[in-house]
Design a protein around this ligand. Structure first.
Ligand SMILES: C[S@@+](CC[C@H](N)C(=O)[O-])C[C@H]1O[C@@H](n2cnc3c(N)ncnc32)[C@H](O)[C@@H]1O
Length: 197
């Protein structure tokens, strides 16, 4: 059982609205700066589809998640029988279908993996990434507390703790950008590319 069994899609969406809505989610505005026309986007941990209906209006999209109740809610409330939507119940650790231009780990998704699995996920994503493009990992910045729910025990991921590792994992370019949520929490986006261009 994952800890997400303790929070319904409806409750999670309510929390997301207070943190990110603008009416376009403000985290998505940061990610869109890295999308080019025609890019194919992979969202790891797509949940109940918070970002999907914005991204599919402009880009090709695949969403992965491992918590079936969120995917069910996604299918019922957003997809409404749209059977060709690319939503897959699978862990990023097992996915190898195709390559992508941008791979997105929004809202602390990478924190759901152990440190060893975070490394495996980055290795897997390196292989899934088209030649030049980008991985975006969105997490609380160091000065921002993580959620303190008793059932939530993330593996915290900070850009500065990984900077020596990124070249060893094959990323020739890395940087960090920061932004504030609607509740003034500072988040950092770790940007990784195979090559600097
Ligand atoms: C905080 S939610 C974010 C949901 C959505 N991306 C958003 O920003 O609103 C994290 C999601 O990551 C999913 N997740 C956790 N580990 C995963 C893995 N190894 N592969 C794919 N999804 C995963 C969880 O099931 C959960 O739905």
């Amino acid at each position: 059982m994952t800890h997400y069994s303790r929070i319904s899609p409806e409750d999670f969406e309510g929390y997301a609205r207070s943190e990110f809505w603008f009416p376009i989610p403000i985290d998505l505005i940061q990610y869109q700066a890295y999308f080019r026309p025609g890019d194919t986007i992979l969202e790891v941990g797509c949940g109940w589809g918070r970002l999907w209906n914005h991204i599919v209006q402009t880009h090709k999209y695949v969403g992965l998640d491992i918590h079936e109740p969120y995917l069910e809610y996604f299918r019922e409330t957003l997809l409404r029988g749209r059977i060709n939507a690319n939503i897959v119940n699978m862990s990023i650790l097992d996915y190898s279908e195709r390559t992508f231009d941008v791979i997105l780990f929004p809202w602390t998704v990478i924190g759901d993996l152990s440190e060893n699995d975070q490394r495996r996920a980055l290795e897997r994503c390196h292989d899934l990434l088209a030649t030049y493009w980008t991985i975006l990992l969105d997490n609380p910045a160091k000065e921002t507390p993580y959620s303190e729910s008793p059932w939530y025990a993330p593996t915290k991921f900070y850009y500065e703790d990984w900077t020596n590792e990124f070249p060893k994992l094959g990323f020739g370019f890395h940087e960090r950008i920061q932004y504030e949520t609607l509740t003034k929490k500072v988040r950092e986006i770790t940007v990784l590319k195979k090559n600097a261009i």
